[in-house]
Design a protein around this ligand. Sequence first.
Ligand code: AMP
Length: 559
Amino acid sequence: MITDFLELGLSNEILNAVAELGFEKPTPVQSRIIPQLLMEDGDIVCLAQTGTGKTAAFGLPALEYLDIRDKGTQVLVLCPTRELCRQIHEDLTAYSKYISGIRIVPVYGGAGILGQIRELKKGAQIIVATPGRLLDLLKRDAADISGISTLIMDEADEMLDMGFKDELDAILSQAPQSRRTLLFSATLPREVERIAKSYMKNPDIVTVGERNAGADNVEHFYYMVLEEDRYAAMKRIADYHPDIYAIVFCRTREETKKIADALQRDGYDADALHGDLSQAQRDYVMDRFKRKALHFLVATDVAARGIDVSDLTHVINYNLPQETELYTHRSGRTGRADKKGVSIAIINQREKGKIRKIEAAIKKQFTRLPVPGAREICEKQLFHLINEINGAEVGREIDSFMPAIEELWGSMSREELVKKMLSYEFNRFFEYYRKAKDINIPEKPERKTAGKKAASDDGRTADSPDDKVRKPADGNPGKCEKGYTWLKISLGYRNRIIPRDIIGIMRACGIGKNAVGKIEIFNDFLYVALQNNVAGYAKSQIDGASYNRKRLSAWLIKD
Ligand code: AMP
């Protein structure tokens, strides 16, 4: 393995630019790919995670091959998102700092097309493009890829995931046969294999790191709590890491908004990145995050694609992704360029199986961590504050106020003064955590079966009167509590269901007793009132699941 940039066969112009960027030695994907691209012909499919230095791996050789006197387009880089497009453009511009006369033009959707057409008209030896926008430009004859010698697809799996299949087919079939094609992907799903088979010539398949494996320097942890404690767990994790700088992944844009809003309300520097934002809003959020004015970027998978932030302390899976492969992409955002990374997941009891699936896919183990308790968090915060005070520079301006300060505080003992100062900063924290309970849940939850007489948490027996049940005379439920929604489930007295079983079903979904309101049981179905914030989740977990070998249906009932 080549460990020195000087041995890769690159020209001095490029070596100087790379040295200025502070790259000391090539990353594994660069050592593996660059000499092959410089010395041999042929197509390559490269399976490498995000953040491994892929851009330089394909970008440096592409720059070497460029004929600067020829103003036509010679290299086309396709990538899934505008963020990645801009990032690749920025990186290639930095690598080509000492190549005069070079023109690299990024084109992507969500920005004015006329400006991009003007830029292309001035000449573009390299075009970096998202597939949809490029196709649009090709149709308008504003871009010409008929003379390209290299076509690079970056994050091909993401492009296909995002529905760019038809655009890729159209672009690839228009590119000249004589080109060299490089395809980079973190994973190799069937669709990527199809693209490689249809549009590449006997590609060499290069795997850097294990196929589908998580980056070696990323550690994986999970915290297990009840569904309704998910946000509280997130807050505690945040408070326990005062220097946290994290992307928080959510499944939907609604969830990103909700979590970012809640974090902001609770005094954290957080904002959301999702598909509803205009380009200017996205740029604003990203700029604040990159400057670390934001400590939390709450994002959907799609919105976070292409984000290149190299010093994240954590990736937080507020909710695990639906597909295991997405976890690889998420966790690949941390632990970049040889730094240590931490990827954590907040899960409920029902999601343990997902952790096992991900472990099998990434071939790494997760470690369960307890959600930090009040005392640990307060201690962490207090010493963080003390460290900050220790590091504070004492300005000369303060000298002129010293006599007056002496007069006010002179009689106070040192201990008293220290206590007062720290309490002033810290009381809010103590106050919040004073009543905080332990929100960790046991590894193996107790499951109860219908009809069993068992003592409940509060000592009542299963068939003792339960104030959560009102046996109705007719088939419609009464009004449920304010802030609650009825969930109708296809189980009833005929299935020998009693309230405790319903609490048990909810608990198995990760929903605690406190989120459960009234229960009304009929012969063939029942209604359970659930706090609004967990009702939809409960429906998604119960509908289609089985209980005592009966397949369940569940419906949300609007008042
Ligand atoms: P990429 O996979 O191309 O997105 O690169 C991930 C990060 O690693 C970017 O911030 C690059 O600037 C950085 N990087 C790429 N190559 C090297 C290298 N040889 N040494 C140090 N950092 C690098």
